[in-house]
Write a protein that binds this ligand. Structure first.
Ligand code: ADP
Length: 401
């Protein structure tokens, strides 16, 4: 049976999902984590069958990818007969810069563009590229497609993507808002329109992707018109460990007061801030911070208040950017699974037409559906994201299976 393999390569992990092309049902999925570290583990799942997981000796990304095909085709563990049943491979690639606005069939030109963007996404594009190279070797002759996280945001107009810095400098160094999580915002905005029963072209949506990384996007007529992450994923709302928007002058102040250099500031703002830095519970996980708050930890409550207040402000800003809003969509780990966070975000927004139904908010937790009160002018939805499925859909569309 024809299938599409979706590959997501990070610096120390490779995730894969095999979809049947006809109905996009999952045939199998898996993960190799802690590549090149102690305790490298391979996890392999097939619907309705037991999960296989074991420690493995896998030194690098190439080796991890070389392990996938034997699993998929093995007479005991396999779900396809041979490599020939894989019609295409879709890769998640984080950054396509200004050049890429669409899914792209990978050739030398696309690989060059991915490499040109290494400076813009130093943690992501190099391992994404390694995954592509390893698949070219392990699956020769099978078309490979790159789906870029930035591509959905290519429709953002200059008034929203330009920073008020000297323009020649921005042009030379390619400084502008790019936006991230595009594959997720694209998927949930389409799903939300389906759920509401209207065409994306006639809707104004605000999609809130709230996971370890968080981004809010204003979607008008199915196109991204603004998003909270910027030149890098550091901009926007506070996140698990990222600070989000801060006064840029804090950076010079820290340099002068503490003698911090670029590397140290990068670590401070990207890895030691956000909920982790504010709550002081030693965890960036919202579940842990809620537990600490329920045990009476005031600082944990304040951290969650900062988090939800700042999301609320972005929603207000994007209602202005869109000239109104038809639906607000919650997705990703926190957005899908935390009734408390959704409740705090929606609190006090009834003047803007946003009224949450507290019971539905609890009952629908984790599921696709509407959670607004009957008097709410704006629909509120939970839409579980599925970036892998979106990559498979876009790959299938590109190669017209
Ligand atoms: P990533 O951005 O890494 O893909 P996810 O979208 O899976 O992450 O989100 C992970 C985060 O979701 C966790 O760090 C945690 O804060 C949050 N989360 C997951 N489940 C719950 C829950 N039931 N309640 C509150 N937060 C949750």
């Amino acid at each position: 049976m024809e299938t599409i393999l979706v590959v997501n390569t990070g610096s120390s992990s490779v995730k894969f999902t095999l979809f049947f092309s006809a109905d996009l049902q999952v045939a199998a999925s898996g993960l190799v984590e802690r590549i090149g570290l102690e305790g490298t583990r391979l996890i392999y799942r097939r619907p309705g069958r037991e999960t296989i997981q074991h420690l493995a000796v896998i030194a690098d990304i190439g080796n991890a990818i070389a392990n996938i095909l034997p699993l998929l085709t093995d007479s005991r563990t396999g779900v396809i007969q041979s490599r020939e049943e894989i019609r295409a491979i879709g890769h998640r690639v984080v950054h396509g810069g200004e050049f890429i606005t669409q899914p792209a069939l990978i050739d030398d030109r696309i690989k060059k563009i991915i490499q040109t963007c290494y400076d813009l996404a130093p943690l992501h594009n190099p391992p994404n590229m390694e995954g592509i190279m390893a698949c070219e070797k392990g699956f020769p002759g099978i078309p490979q497609v790159a789906i870029f996280d930035t591509a959905f945001h290519a429709t953002i107009p200059p008034q929203a993507y330009l920073y008020a810095l000297p323009l020649p400098l921005c042009k030379e160094l390619k400084i502008r808002k790019y936006g991230f999580h595009g594959t997720s915002h694209c998927y949930v905005s389409r799903k939300a329109a389906e759920c509401i029963g209207r065409s994306p072209s006639e809707l104004r949506l605000i999609t809130c992707h709230l996971g370890n990384g968080c981004s809010i996007t204003a979607v008008s007529g199915g196109r991204s018109v603004d998003t909270s992450m910027g030149f890098t994923p550091l901009e926007g709302t506070p996140m698990g460990t990222r600070c989000g928007d801060i006064d840029p002058a804090i950076i010079f102040y820290l340099m002068r007061q503490r003698g911090l250099d670029a590397e140290q500031l990068d670590i401070l703002l990207n890895w030691e801030s956000g909920l982790l830095g504010l709550a002081g519970t030693g965890s960036s996980d919202v579940r842990d911070i809620i537990t600490a708050m329920q045990a009476g930890n005031q600082q944990a409550e304040t951290a969650l208040r900062v988090f939800t207040y700042r999301i609320k402000k972005y929603i207000g800003a994007y209602i202005s950017a869109l000239g109104g809003v038809d639906a607000v969509v919650f997705t990703a780990g926190i957005g899908e699974n935390s009734p408390l966070i959704r409740e705090w975000i929606c609190e006090g927004l009834s003047e803007l037409g946003i009224r949450l139904d507290i019971h539905r908010n609890q009952a629908m937790n984790g599921c696709l559906g509407e959670i607004q009160d009957t008097k709410s002018r704006v629909r509120l939805l939970i839409v579980p994201t599925n970036e892998e499925a979106e990559i498979a859909i876009q790959t299938r569309n590109l190669i017209r299976i």
